[in-house]
Design a protein around this ligand. Structure first.
Ligand code: APR
Ligand code: PHB
Length: 389
């Protein structure tokens, strides 16, 4: 097979890039190792920056997002038994949209199918070849037959554990990483949310987050030890611990119910530099991971796609390589700002094992300053709604 862009991975990064390229008349094939159902079965975050919404609009698949997404103009920061609202709209002039990543992925899959563009699911043994030449190609097996795709470019959108970054000699890139000594236990339940906006709670027992997917479906998280296993937490134990960590009035509004999904996530900050190796371009989790505290994972994948789509379109429009040559630097500049913000939110709101009593006081002072200073609240607000591309 021959195409202009071979995309590895049908997560939000790969699907969004594929949709934008297809609508620009640039041929592309997506290779995904799992089935479509498996891709859709993953429960991930769901807070979209304005830039991500604009890209989904440009990709022509934001109708359901606009119909069902919840526009939020603020978030709550809770500590010392009280909630404090950060007015995102007042401080940044912008808002965020609460709409599950699973729904974004579903909308992108349906839009791609509607365009009749090829996605090869359950593509096994994907391998990348000669991306240091002008004629890269990808091989994979399907029903035990090895197939080949020749392309002008390869987009590695295959996530943290994907083959793309692993195909690059380690000497060719630098890794920057911080692994946090705690995890998040998340529960999805068909219960009404405890509040109209998200509550980020700092508590001596650990962090907690009250989020939602719709007026009838909620998503909650609590900080746990990194070694904890999901089996160690019954639903009741989860609800009890959540209620201990949020202010009393919010705890009273928490409606409990059976968990539809319950999963543990390790918290990590990770960046691989650069994000381009010849004709191979990395996007999204394939190049960087943020702790979920700042809700930046999906939004960073989208901004990478914004830069890469523009660069590839310029190339096929005018054979200009200028934007391709600066893709990595431009994407990484925004990635590092989101890494900084996500690390800061994590450090400000989690129980850090080594912080001690002095550290706890500093955390509370930081949150007290944040919730009583317009200058500090504006810094959080402009980062939370998304820095410009
Ligand atoms: N061959 C083909 N496909 C692969 C391979 C491989 N060797 N390895 C992984 N994949 C697929 C995965 O099955 C997955 O569907 O690549 C896709 C990568 O998708 P994501 O992990 O969702 O990554 P990305 O599209 O960059 O989206 C980033 O996802 O994890 C969240 O918080 C993160 O919100 C962020 C978003
Ligand atoms: C979620 O709704 O899953 C969510 C929201 C905000 C975050 C992380 C996760 O910071």
């Amino acid at each position: 097979m021959r195409t202009q862009v071979a995309i590895i991975g049908a997560g939000p990064a790969g699907l969004l890039l594929g949709q934008l390229l297809s609508r620009a008349g640039i041929d592309n094939i997506i290779l995904e190792r799992s089935s479509a159902d498996h891709v859709l079965s993953r429960v991930r975050a769901g807070v979209l920056e304005g830039g991500t919404v604009a890209l989904l609009d440009e990709a022509g698949c934001a109708d359901r997002l606009h119909a069902e997404g919840l526009v939020h103009n603020g978030i709550e920061i809770a500590f010392s038994g009280e909630c404090h609202r950060i007015d995102l709209k007042r401080h940044s002039g912008r808002s965020v949209t609460v709409y599950g990543q699973t729904e974004v992925t579903r909308d992108l899959m349906e839009a791609r199918a509607a365009l009749g563009r090829p996605t090869i699911y359950e593509a096994a043994n994907v391998e990348l070849h000669e991306f240091d030449t002008a004629a890269p190609y990808v091989t994979f097996t399907r029903e035990d037959i090895t197939e080949r795709i020749d392309a002008d470019f390869i987009a590695g959108c295959d996530g943290f554990h994907g083959i793309s970054r692993r195909s690059v000699p380690t000497a060719a890139f630098s890794v920057f990483e911080r692994v946090y000594p705690f995890g998040w236990l998340g529960v999805l339940a068909d219960v009404p949310p405890a509040a109209d906006e998200l509550i980020y709670a700092r508590h001596a027992r650990g962090f907690a987050l009250c989020s939602m997917r719709s007026p009838t479906r909620s998503r909650y998280y609590i900080q746990t030890d990194a070694a904890d296993k999901v089996e160690m937490w019954t639903d009741d134990a989860f609800w009890d611990e959540l209620r201990r960590r949020v202010p009393a009035d919010a705890a009273d509004r928490v409606v409990t119910g059976p968990s539809l999904e319950k999963s543990m996530a390790q918290l990590r900050s990770f960046v691989a530099e650069p994000m381009r190796f010849g004709r191979l371009f990395l996007c999204g989790d394939a190049a960087h991971i943020v702790p979920p505290t700042g809700a930046k994972g999906l939004n960073l994948a989208a901004s990478d796609v914004h830069y890469l789509f523009g660069a590839i379109r310029d190339y096929f429009d005018s054979r200009s390589e200028a934007a391709l040559d600066t893709y990595s630097a431009r994407a990484l500049a925004r990635v590092w700002k989101a890494e900084r913000f996500s690390w800061w939110m994590t450090a400000a709101l989690h129980n850090l094992p080594e912080q001690g009593a002095f550290g706890e006081r500093l955390q509370i002072a930081e949150l007290d300053y944040l919730t009583h200073s317009d200058a500090a609240a504006s810094v959080l607000a402009e980062n939370y709604v998304g820095l410009p591309y």
